[in-house]
Design a protein around this ligand. Structure first.
Ligand code: TRP
Ligand code: ZN
Length: 901
């Protein structure tokens, strides 16, 4: 896996050329064995119509880490070929159309990269996106080569009783020597990245459903047999996903059966292979004892996401990997809408709106904390990137979450119905094809009769746009002018080069009157007969003024309602104005946003004071503002939980040049203590009022109550005198009947101080010793522990790495301990002595040798090194240079080289 030759070779979007050869059909036969699996690959190949020149002469197939056994064309052994590290070149082709039969072997048990065919817990799994299929057999491993697959699996029956592949099962039978086989056929054309097989000792939860057409479908969730009781929620989520996609988008399940398989060694969340989705166990297995409300929500979202890919990704796929957001941005948008609809289901209109808002806030918080940072750093790239060295590095927050915001903007501009029309046209035009982001935009434009040429810039420009707002009220004329101007903040040279002109920004706005109510909105020259209370302004110029007329009083603007575009808004609110909006804004998102702005401003002031070594103080009005929201029973608990959650240390550091994580931590802790001490009684009251009676259910309502209760507990752990909290947390730990409460209690005890948590930590370990996902939490909670002054949490982390239950090879375990420490414990990771960075370099290099994809994710923990104080910056640079000198994979090399450039 030494990639030195390929090290920094970039693939460029504008170099795209259509394939010179096509595959009309492929038959794959697998003789599965862990040390050596043999693949017999028979392809009907033909030169693409019109293909000419050098590219069309020889057939060049991708291959990676394969051993070729034999090659034949139209039944005759072929000798005109060369094989190298990147694949196989077949020459002297006899005609424009021929059958190529290849036999090759690969080594699943030795495959620690978890890309291609690999073994996990003695079972076989595959992962082919993006370029893993070439690690299974030689192929035209690019998404615009689509074909139909017939797959025969052969293996020892005792060890591998279950044999699965994409599509429909057509035949099974016995073979000599205790072996058996299964033959699968997938009637839908697909690119190789959607291929999958699974073999081993697994059991399925099954359900038969009838879709709207009346057809019956078989649903299966395959897991290790002892995990069957934990598959109910995943199955329910699948059923809900199928219903939702028919209801909202008219998109039915197309295959006779749909399978989900869980595997404990997996690089990401899950994979949408046609009819055979393969999932990280984390997004399948759950019960009240072992999974939190957050975990349940993750399962619903990821099951939905992968299922929705069946249309947005599989039936219509990507022409090339630069178009990745075509399927990912769209599918994230769809899963967000699904989760919001599920949370709102069956509630009163007001409660439904609150439930949807909570989901929106959650999504935006993630985007702003992570994607905005990515967009401001060395890995910044457009939603549709222009080049990559390793495509696996581009499964990013930008492609996924910013991509989802770009899709959401179509819906904001055209409404749900207009968006649906665009989707219908997209499928009508492109079903069964590999297409581009431009094709999607064209479908939206044509279905809605709009010119969306300018909107293309959302796909091609990197960096987070900023919108500066100024306002002017003219009491005599009763007009209110809102001037919006757009641009970008400081950007890397590469990002700057993409910033070519103003964007079309849907900018939702409301005007709030002195009584807290929305004013009716009428735009000068507007044609709307009604006077809505929220309007979507379309900002298309660098600067534009919108005049509202008949404005009876000087309003307060509520800007970018529901976060209508992925931008940063600058407006000079006073603290008093923010406090007012925090108490009154009718747009739930902006009500939350006002609290966040208030807190952020206070925290940045406190951070500056802490860096100067000054004593910290806080305006009691801020504590009072949070107290009012905490006590406001008209607000959904889930909203109050979000409102009370302060911006993360990571997010705050992003807002500062020469950031000092220790000062940020001191500031945030100071404000947390001030809120805890100042709102002590209210917090205890919220704790009591939000206990959930009765059996555990992961519903939006119950989890909202638990969330508020546990956020209160967490604040109370920061009281100057936390002795009552310690008793309360210990009682909660001991009596909890679910993981949400048990883990929250343990986290609170750890927050009070490690000695308070020792007994519970030991108990937790004993209780969940044999449950990998629960044990991940045990590692993670210790990795993100705050630590007493002067204490080094890293010492614990190192000790935990020597624990018999720790393994670097298992990505979930590595993430729970190492990633949590490096990316979720800023103050400890950025210790002044550089110990965190040295640890990071050791782990990146260790992971790099076995799993480049996972290593490369960890490598990104230092990419924002230039933001920090000079002392930290130097130590980070040294660690990055050490990794750059020792790296093997192009995955990690691309990340550290871009960081250092
Ligand atoms: N396409 C998958 C999804 O969106 C994610 C994915 C991409 C993936 N590459 C992967 C999963 C590699 C596992 C391994 O859900
Ligand atoms: Zn996806």
């Amino acid at each position: 896996m030494l990639d030195i030759s390929a090290a920094s070779v970039a693939v460029r979007r504008l170099d795209y050329a259509p394939p010179a050869f096509l595959i009309d059909e492929v038959q794959l036969e697998f003789d599965l064995a862990p040390t050596k699996t043999t693949v017999t690959n028979t392809m009907r190949i033909r030169r693409a119509p019109g293909a000419a020149g050098a590219a069309a002469r020889d057939l060049v197939l991708h291959g990676d880490d394969l051993d070729l056994v034999s090659i034949a064309i139209d039944g005759r052994p072929w000798t005109a070929y060369t094989a190298n590290d990147d694949g196989l070149t077949v020459s002297a082709l006899p005609s424009d159309a021929f059958t190529l039969k290849l036999v090759n072997t690969n080594r699943p048990a030795a495959n620690t990269s978890l890309s291609g065919l690999y073994v996990s817990n003695r079972n076989f799994f595959t992962q082919c996106e993006a370029e893993g299929f070439r690690r299974i057999t030689y192929f035209l491993d690019r998404p615009d080569v689509m074909t139909t697959y017939t797959v025969t699996l052969r293996a020892a029956r005792d060890d591998y009783p279950v044999l699965l592949a994409n599509g429909n099962l057509v035949e099974t039978g016995e073979l000599p020597d205790g072996r058996h086989f299964a033959k699968w056929h997938d009637p839908f054309v697909k690119p190789s990245y959607l291929f999958a097989l699974v073999a081993g000792k697994l059991a399925a939860r099954e359900k038969r459903i009838r879709i709207r057409s009346g057809e019956e479908k078989l649903l299966q969730v395959w897991v290790e047999p002892h995990d069957l009781p934990k598959t109910e929620y995943a199955m329910d989520s699948l059923v809900h996903s199928i219903e939702w996609d028919e209801e909202r988008f008219g998109l039915p399940l197309d295959l006779e059966r749909f399978m989900i398989v869980a595997v404990s060694d997996f690089n990401m969340g899950a994979m949408e292979n046609k009819g055979l989705n393969i999932f990280n166990t984390k997004y399948v297995l759950a019960d009240a004892q072992t999974a939190t409300d957050f975990d349940f929500a993750g399962i619903e979202a990821v099951v939905g996401h992968e299922y929705f890919h069946n249309w947005t990704g599989n039936r219509v796929t990507c022409r090339d990997w630069f178009q990745l957001s075509l399927k990912e941005g769209l599918t994230v948008f769809r899963d967000q809408e699904f989760s919001a609809d599920m949370a709102a289901k069956g509630l009163s209109p007001e409660a439904a709106a609150a439930a949807r808002a909570a989901r929106r806030i959650d999504d935006v918080r993630g985007l702003r904390q992570n994607q905005f940072a990515e967009d401001a750093g060395p890995m910044a790239h457009p939603v549709r990137p222009d080049s990559y060295v390793e495509i696996n590095n581009f499964y990013t927050m930008t492609v996924y979450e910013k991509g989802a915001e770009v899709v959401r903007m179509y819906q904001t501009l055209f409404g749900r119905d207009g968006f649906r029309k665009g989707m219908d046209l997209y499928f009508k035009r492109h079903d069964g094809h590999a297409v581009t982001c431009d094709d999607f935009r064209a479908a939206m434009a044509d279905a809605n009769g709009r010119d969306l040429a300018q909107f293309e810039r959302w796909y091609s420009q990197a960096g987070t746009p900023r919108v500066a707002v100024t306002t002017r009220y003219d009491a005599a004329a009763r007009t209110y002018d809102v001037t919006l101007s757009q641009g970008y903040g400081p950007s890397s040279a590469a990002a700057k080069a993409t910033q070519t002109g103003p964007l079309l920004i849907p900018f939702a706005i409301g005007l709030v009157g002195a009584d807290g109510r929305d004013l009716p909105l009428k735009l000068e020259g507007g044609t709307r007969a009604d006077a809505p209370t929220t309007l979507v302004l379309e900002l298309t110029e660098t600067e534009q003024t919108f005049r509202f007329v008949d404005v009876a009083e000087a309003p307060l603007p509520s800007l970018l309602r529901d976060f209508s575009a992925p931008v940063i808004v600058h407006y000079d609110y006073t603290d008093a104005e923010l406090t007012f909006l925090f108490a009154h804004d009718r747009d739930a998102f902006n009500r939350w946003e006002a609290g966040q702005r208030l807190a952020t401003r206070a925290l940045l002031g406190l951070t500056a004071a802490a860096s100067r070594g000054e004593a910290l103080t806080i305006d009691p009005a801020i504590v009072a503002a949070f107290g009012r929201v905490l006590r406001d029973e008209s607000l959904a608990p889930a909203f109050r939980e979000l409102a009370l959650t302060l911006p993360s240390e990571r997010y705050l550091s992003e807002q500062i040049d020469d950031a000092d994580p220790a000062a940020v931590h001191a500031a945030r802790q100071f404000l947390r203590r001030a809120l805890a001490n100042g709102l002590r009684d209210d917090l205890f009251a919220a704790y009591d009022q939000n206990r959930v009676e009765g059996p555990y259910a992961p519903s939006a309502i119950d989890s909202g109550h638990r969330g508020l209760k546990n956020v209160a507990l967490n604040y109370l752990a920061d009281l100057d005198d936390p002795s009552d909290t310690a008793a309360l947390a210990r009682a909660q730990y001991d009596t909890a009947d679910n993981m949400t409460d048990r883990s929250a209690a343990l986290a609170a005890l750890l927050q009070i101080g490690k000695p308070h948590a020792t007994a519970a930590l030991d108990d937790f370990y004993r209780r969940f010793e044999h449950d990998a996902l629960a044990l991940d939490k045990w590692f993670a909670m210790q990795a993100v522990r705050r630590g007493a002054p002067g204490e080094r949490v890293l010492d614990d982390v190192r000790a935990l790495m020597a624990h018999p239950a720790f393994s670097l090879k298992n990505p979930n375990r590595a993430r729970s301990l190492i990633f949590q420490f490096c990316m979720g414990n800023a103050a400890q990771f950025h210790a002044a002595d550089g110990s965190g960075y040295a640890f990071w370099a050791d782990q990146v290099l260790a992971l790099d040798a076995m799993n480049p994809q996972v290593a490369s994710r960890l490598a990104r923990a230092l990419e924002r090194w230039r933001k920090f104080t000079p002392g930290l910056r130097d130590a980070m640079r040294a660690a990055l240079e050490r990794v750059a000198a020792g790296v093997q994979s192009k995955d990690v090399r691309e990340v550290v080289e871009k960081a250092l450039a």
